[in-house]
Write a new protein. Structure first.
Length: 177
């Protein structure tokens, strides 16, 4: 996200947040623990790139590594408009059901990740998010798609932080409420 709290700017672009090799490798290590990704439609359409990223010529090792990590996880896409999932290990759900997510969490033997600010907002408001990982990019974009929802209060405890050479900060918070 940008320093002013946006995951995409006013034009919907987020190329300013593209991770360098150091950040990408760090993300890969975080993602290794994830067994299931929950996505909204737009985030899923962006992430579907990883289904075939490993087949592109001359990709650096961290890109191939992430593709394997992503392909190895289950995906649940919440969308009323998507006709069908286009990637392996993916199921489509028409409605976001907090009770079903609570059950999924209780039964999971690996972490569950929520991708996309709109779906994350629903999960945050439902009290389903335990850990928050922010990668703060040193840029101010002045508006766009906010990383966090309005009208919610969640007390957080800083668990860890990491500064990267390019100025990006990783902030890991845990819900304390």
């Amino acid at each position: 996200m940008s320093l002013d709290g946006y995951v995409a700017d006013k034009e919907g672009k987020f190329d300013w947040a593209a991770p360098d090799e150091e950040v990408h490798s760090f993300v890969n290590d975080l993602e290794r623990t994830i067994g299931t990704h929950l996505y909204g439609r737009l985030m899923y359409e962006v992430m579907a790139f990883w289904e075939t990223a490993h087949t592109l010529p001359d990709e650096p090792p961290q890109i191939k590594d992430y593709a394997e990590i992503w392909q190895g996880a289950d995906k649940v896409v919440y969308s009323r408009s998507l006709e069908a999932a286009t990637t392996q290990r993916t199921r489509l759900e028409r409605e976001f059901n907090p009770a079903a997510i609570r059950q999924m969490k209780a039964e999971a033997d690996r972490d569950i990740s929520v991708g996309g600010p709109h779906l994350a907002a629903e999960a945050i408001k439902a009290g389903l998010v335990d850990d928050y990982h922010f990668f703060v990019t040193p840029i101010v974009v002045g508006g766009g798609n906010p990383a966090l929802p309005d009208d919610v209060l969640v007390k957080l405890e800083l668990v860890d932080h990491h500064r990267f050479g390019n100025g990006t900060m990783h902030l890991h918070y845990r819900s304390s409420s």
